[in-house]
Structure formats: C-alpha cells, structure tokens
Design a protein around this ligand. Sequence first.
Ligand SMILES: Nc1ncnc2c1ncn2[C@@H]1O[C@H](COP(=O)(O)OP(=O)(O)OP(=O)(O)O)[C@@H](O)[C@H]1O
Ligand SMILES: [Mg+2]
Length: 250
Amino acid sequence: MSATPFVLAAENLTKKFNANTVIENLSIGFESGMLHSILGPNGAGKTTLFNLLTRDLPVSGGEILLRGEKITGLKPHQIARRGVGRSYQISSVYLDLSFHQNVWLAAYRKEKNGGTGFWRSVGAYKKIGETAARLLDTLGLAEFSDVPAKATSYGDQRLLEIAVTLATDPEILLLDEPTAGLSQKETERIKNFIQSIKSKYTIIMIEHKMNVVMEISDRIHVMNRGALIASGTAAEIARNEAVHSAYFGL
Ligand SMILES: Nc1ncnc2c1ncn2[C@@H]1O[C@H](COP(=O)(O)OP(=O)(O)OP(=O)(O)O)[C@@H](O)[C@H]1O
Ligand SMILES: [Mg+2]
C-alpha cells in the first residue's frame, strides 16, 4: 500500500519534442472518486499530459504513479488493463461500423487483452453483446444501435466515443475535450451524462468550456506553458490571480 492520496499522479514530468520542451517538471495528483478538470490555453500541454499518462507517448523525464505504483515504463495496453480508459480530442470511433459494433469491439478487446480467456467461453459473445447494448442504452443511444457512426451527428459520435471508452470497464476515465465542436444543446447532453456517471469513476477531463468545468468539477487544475499554475475547487480557481492573468489574459 502506498501513502499517496492520489489514484493517479505524475511527478516531475517532462516532455520534449526535439528541442521543444512542452511539459516541464510538472507534478500533479488526482484523488480517487473525484471529477477533475484540466484547463489551459491552446498548446499548454494538456493533451500531451494525457499522452504521457496513458503512455501513448514516452516521457522525457519524471514518473507516472497509478495507485502509488510506478507505471512509467508500461505499454499502453498494460495501463488500460490496470483501469485507465481514455477518449480522444479528435473522435476516434470507426465511422463505417454501427454503434453496437463499435462498443462491442471495445468490450471484446478488453476481454481478449484481459488474459482471463473469458472471451473463449460459452456465452462470452452473448455477454459482451449485452454489455454493449446496456452501455448504448445508458447513453441514450439505443436507437442508433444498428446505424453506422458516419450516418449520425457529431454529438452522437462523441457520446459513442464515451460508450466505447466505458466498454473497456475503466476505473479512471480520461476525457479529452468531450464537448469540442458541439452545439450548446449537445454540450448540455454530454455534461449531464458525465455528471450522471461521476460517482462511479475517477474522471479527468480536459475541457475549455468554462460553464461545464465550473458546474461539474470537484477539482480544477490549470496548466500554462507546460506547467501547472493552480489546482483547487471552482471557487478557489475563480479567485486565483495567476489563473486570471495566464488564462483569461486579465
Ligand atoms: N507529437 C508531437 N510532436 C511535436 N510537437 C508536439 C506533439 N504533440 C504536441 N506537440 C506540441 O506540444 C505543445 C502542446 O500541445 P498539446 O496538444 O499538448 O496542447 P493542448 O494543451 O492539448 O492544446 P489544445 O487546447 O489546443 O488541445 C504544442 O506546442 C504542440 O505543438
Ligand atoms: Mg489538446
């Protein structure tokens, strides 16, 4: 057991792309069971931080800790198997597949990579199918079950992407701008959904829309130029001067 209060943390994280240092000596911790938002101007390093946490990119320096254990050198699927699920800033669903097929595939891969052999057992396919149907139902997407993703709105595709991520049965959910490119109404729908699942997961969400962030976050972390400049509650962040000057340009 570790003394760290954080389910996921980064210590002295650095990321360089050739001579360009985009994350510098960043330490950040995420408490379990909370909804964390990450704010920051374009290019602040938010998506890069996600890429390092999930090992989509290797770190240049520092450590990543999951439940107090170093996972810095693990491969992405090993991190996913330990309960870290992620959705991407640019939608990554299979446009030619139906909603059901997209979610089914994610649930199937999870079972297959889990190493339990469950996917080979009698009834496994039925169970995976039921999981997919249940998730689509939960997200209000059941009507699109047999519809190819490309035939639906971008808002529905973003929700599908969340369903695909949930199908991997994560404990920690990383969402990269889940409302990007959505109308106010669609944004509201995603916000409400995230709020409705908040008690079941530790959620870390990169989000630019201030009303979404302020309404549903338990903790807000603000990044600027590859560094963490503030962490706190919505009220604390709202009155933080460093945040005002860096983020709002005031
Ligand atoms: N694979 C890469 N190769 C080279 N440079 C990169 C790479 N990925 C990101 N960068 C650079 O790192 C910096 C941070 O980018 P990042 O995508 O993390 O920002 P962000 O905070 O997510 O911004 P946004 O709000 O626009 O999504 C930018 O200057 C970007 O150009
Ligand atoms: Mg980004």
